[in-house]
Design a protein around this ligand. Structure first.
Ligand SMILES: *[C@@H]1O[C@H](CO)[C@@H](O)[C@H](O)[C@H]1NC(C)=O
Length: 214
């Protein structure tokens, strides 16, 4: 099966043809973890959104680690964040809830088929800020290798820690049937893109916050 969907209706649904150069994100301070995040709310069906939040160190070193948070209604089977705004040739961090366990899997693919497990980026789920309750599942994780990665051939893409980066997400209503990072992932129902402002996501105490929440 080829993972190739044209979803013109989705663009209309999300109103996602971003106008001008303004980012699509807002600043959120998460009282629970203490991180300052830049947040995008991705509508995946009418009236329901997944929150994608990014926190970066300030100042950010080369190939900086970042922390991301996904807050998803329980109707979300899985959702993935594409750090290069494409299904192909970039790290995909895919999350779901297996019972009460939040699960994260890093995948990558060069073709539009099910992405395979990828070890070029490493994720660490932070204890604080990762949970499942009756209405939502939420994952907070550190990623090493999401901000700078190889794309095609010998090309590398590096995200700008003090600027706007285009990201993408995909959503499926079908939950993977295990807590294994290698679980089968069904084809997505919806995907879209946005402009995420990392300049509003800086955290002076990034390393201490990672340690505190681990
Ligand atoms: C369930 O989790 C979500 C996401 O973290 C949170 O917004 C909501 O308040 C929680 N609900 C309860 C009843 O704790």
């Amino acid at each position: 099966m080829r993972w190739n969907i044209s979803l013109a209706y989705l663009a209309a649904l999300l109103g996602c043809a971003s106008e001008g150069s303004a980012a699509d994100t807002a600043v959120v301070r998460d009282g629970e973890t203490g991180f300052t995040f830049s947040e995008f709310q991705a509508a995946f069906v009418i009236g329901q959104s997944i929150k994608f939040r990014v926190a970066v160190p300030s100042p950010a070193p080369d190939k900086f680690d970042l922390v991301f948070q996904i807050v998803a209604p329980v109707s979300v089977g899985w959702t993935g964040l594409a750090w290069g705004a494409s299904m192909v040739n970039d790290p995909l961090t895919i999350g779901w809830a297996s019972g009460t366990t939040p699960v994260l899997s890093v995948r990558r693919t060069t073709v539009r088929t099910q992405p395979q497990v990828y070890d070029g980026a490493k994720v660490q789920i932070l204890k604080t800020g990762s949970k499942v309750n009756g209405t939502h599942w939420q994952i907070t994780a550190k990623c090493s290798g999401c901000s700078s990665f190889s794309t095609t051939g010998s090309n590398t893409k590096s995200l700008n820690p003090t600027g706007v980066n285009r990201l993408a997400f995909a959503y499926s209503k079908t939950k993977p049937n295990s807590a294994s990072a290698a679980a089968m992932i069904s084809v997505h129902d919806v995907y879209s893109y946005w402009d995420h402002d990392f300049s509003a996501a800086g955290n002076l105490d990034f390393d201490q916050l990672v340690t505190k929440n681990t």
